[in-house]
Design a protein around this ligand. Structure first.
Ligand code: 6R9
Length: 648
């Protein structure tokens, strides 16, 4: 094989779900006859009405339509809870580890059932029924999972908004899916600091300026005092006392929406990605089992937040559908110390650990000491997700955290894909540091050049997927045309991921990052257009262009070029003001890292900003600007280089 290879260890193969030969045989079967393959694996979940049709999908221009198991009926909460009660009612479903290391609790499947039924009844008493949208703006507490599953139980559609988003961002998402009910907490707690969730909800509702939101359900987390609007707001514990812990799970069609999750793209406002019931759950549970080589009795921990897709598929739905014990962590990797992750691993004897490269890189900065003082003997599989993992971070994860004993799964996927698409399998795949390796069952990657020509063999190009898989998003909420336009029009007949990749001689994929105007900051997606529109909304700003640049810890940082209105002075005070402005407007994850005041931006004669040049200057790589002959005013480039902000 080409390049550095870490072979599958005998210990990883022992007891694993598949070895290399089995992977190859199953992969071949999955792509040569998807109906037969998924017809079989579709039965891994329980159906109230069994399906007879399996795959009915089209990527054809103008008629994109994706349906899986369409005549079956099931319920996601039933599959994640009820079906386990007989065999594992007393097994821990969720281990909750609080921000404060002295706080943790175990919730059994039986307790989970009672809690979810209660939450469902509280929702039902407030008029929530099948198809209604419910917005969740929650900290990482068990009630977040209860709320997700309670919606699923009723056939209601949850739309989670990450707790780090601003009131404005929250307002536009509540509006986007017209939620009449919002579930939140008084305050969140992260790294010892309080997050004013309820106050943000109040502010968001004020900005909506309508009576769209009829009910706000407030879980008491810190007990901090918050304003409660009579008739609209209710404390969850008080409402829960009024209802029973019995609530039937509603059988819904396989294609009934399970959730909406907003995500950034290269243009416009965030899109509401829609995932449905049957195919999503089959895919989330199957990938969870095979990718992490999940085994009966394992303690599994994914450090994501439920506000992101990773939290949906790999904290809640995949693991619980598999009857696993899933750990939910409220805190951050560096509180109270940089040993926290590993202390939690030891405390709860975690076997499978799944985190993001940005967390690994930030902990790497603290050296081996904080890791070495913990045991980590329980660990068997280490996962990575969210952005390309650089080989140095991979090696550190493998050598220091896993002591060369644990397999590493670098899992490539997206909000849109519902579950993992390209990944090693622990017992099957020889690893290459920095490569997401090979496609999961049923996934057909295709590399195309800029003209859409399909490339063969080793190559570099744009990553597409040729055919549908069960976990794929079905539409953009309320805008199917935008769905087709965004994902199926660049290379007609294919799903375009927005990522660039390299395929090596062994058929391994190396994701190189986004090829569109999306930047990836600490594993979080940000559209450059969103940050730009926030900046230009500032009264002193005339124009703005935002690009990503390499950042040691975050992967990419946000670099903003800002042109001020005539007469305005660009100084450090204004830089600070603009950072605060964007934080308030979108949320802390959108804060620009570097701001360069620019008298002019490089534009073509037709007025298009040449981002390629801006990216190069932000990368401090202006020796190779390429062709600048089409610029309207070539002189602006000299000024940009002269005043660049990213200097070693
Ligand atoms: C699950 C998730 C998706 C984008 C995706 C890609 C990047 C995610 C990656 C990876 C390289 C990996 N990405 N995992 N790049 N290797 N293992 O992160 O979803 O927030 O929608 O982001 O993240 O660029 O297109 P989402």
């Amino acid at each position: 094989m080409e390049g550095k290879v870490v072979e599958v260890q005998a210990a990883w193969r022992e007891g694993a779900h598949v070895d290399d030969a089995q992977y190859r045989a199953m992969y071949e079967a999955s792509v040569s006859d998807p109906d037969a393959f998924w017809g079989e694996h579709g039965k891994r979940i329980d159906w109230m009405t069994p399906f007879t049709k399996v795959k009915n999908t089209s990527f054809a221009p103008g008629q994109v339509s994706i349906k899986w198991f369409e005549d079956g009926k099931t319920n996601v909460a039933y599959n994640c809870i009820d079906r386990h009660l007989e065999t594992r009612g007393d097994q821990t479903a969720i281990i909750w580890e609080g921000d404060n290391p002295d706080e943790s609790k175990h919730i059994t499947y039986r307790e989970l059932h009672a809690q979810v039924c209660r939450m469902a009844n509280v929702l039902r008493n407030r008029g929530v029924s099948k198809g209604d949208r419910v917005t969740l703006y929650m900290p990482m507490i068990p009630e977040a999972a209860y709320a997700m599953l309670a919606c699923a139980r009723l056939g209601a559609i949850h739309a989670i908004v990450f707790g780090g988003f601003s009131p404005d961002s929250l307002a536009s998402r509540i509006q986007g899916c017209t939620s009449k009910v919002v579930i939140t907490a008084d305050e969140g707690l992260r790294g010892g600091r309080k997050v004013p969730l309820k106050a943000n909800v109040d502010e968001a509702i004020k900005r909506l300026g309508s009576d769209l939101v009829e009910h706000v359900i407030v879980v008491r987390r810190t007990g901090g005092s918050v304003a409660m609007e009579p008739g609209r707001d209710v404390y969850y514990d008080e409402a829960a006392e009024q209802v029973t812990d019995h609530c039937p799970a509603e059988a819904v069609e396989a294609e009934h929406p399970l959730f909406i999750l907003y995500t950034s793209g290269s243009t416009g406002q965030p899109k509401g990605v829609v995932h449905t019931t049957g195919g999503y759950l089959v895919y989330a549970s199957m990938t969870h089992q095979y990718v992490f080589d999940y085994r009966e009795g394992d303690v599994y921990w994914c450090t994501a937040d439920v506000g992101w897709v990773t939290g949906h598929s790999y904290i809640v739905y995949g693991p619980l559908a598999n009857g696993a014990t899933t750990l939910m962590f409220e805190g951050i990797p560096t509180y109270p110390s940089t040993s926290r992750f590993w202390e939690v691993v030891d405390k709860h004897k975690v076997n499978i650990f799944y985190t993001a490269p940005t967390a690994i890189r930030s902990l790497m900065g603290g050296g081996e000491g904080p890791v070495k003082k913990t045991s980590r003997q329980s660990l068997r599989v280490l996962g990575s997700v969210g952005e390309p993992i650089n080989p140095e971070a991979w090696e550190w994860y493998y050598n220091v955290v896993g002591e060369q004993r644990c397999s590493i799964v670098d899992t490539w996927w997206q909000t849109e894909t519902g579950g993992i698409l390209i990944t090693p399998l622990p017992g099957a795949t020889a690893l290459k540091p920095g490569s997401a390796t090979r496609p999961f069952f049923g996934v057909t990657p295709e590399m195309v050049d800029a003209e859409g020509k399909v490339l063969q063999g080793p190559c570099e190009g744009n990553l597409c997927i040729a055919d549908s898989w069960p976990g794929q998003m079905r539409t953009v909420y309320g805008d199917h045309e935008r769905f087709e336009q965004t994902y199926f029009s660049t290379y007609p007949g294919k799903y375009f991921t927005g990522d660039g990749a390299r395929r090596d001689a062994d058929g391994y994929y190396w994701i190189t990052g986004r090829v569109d105007d999306v930047i990836n900051v600490s594993g979080h997606r940000m559209g450059t257009a969103e940050v730009e529109s926030s900046l230009v909304a500032h009264p002193k700003v005339a124009e703005a262009a935002v690009v990503g640049y390499p950042h040691n810890v975050k992967g990419q940082g946000i670099y903003a070029y800002v042109t001020l209105n005539d007469g305005e002075e660009g100084d450090d005070a204004l830089r600070k003001e603009l950072v605060t402005w964007v934080r308030k407007d979108i949320g802390p994850i959108a804060s620009p890292d570097l701001i360069q005041f620019a008298p002019g931006l490089p534009k073509t004669r037709s007025g298009k900003i040449m981002r390629r040049i801006l990216r190069k200057i932000a990368e401090d790589d202006f020796g190779s600007l390429g062709d600048t002959s089409t610029l309207a005013e070539p002189a602006v480039v000299d000024d940009l280089i002269e005043n660049r902000q990213n200097r070693p």
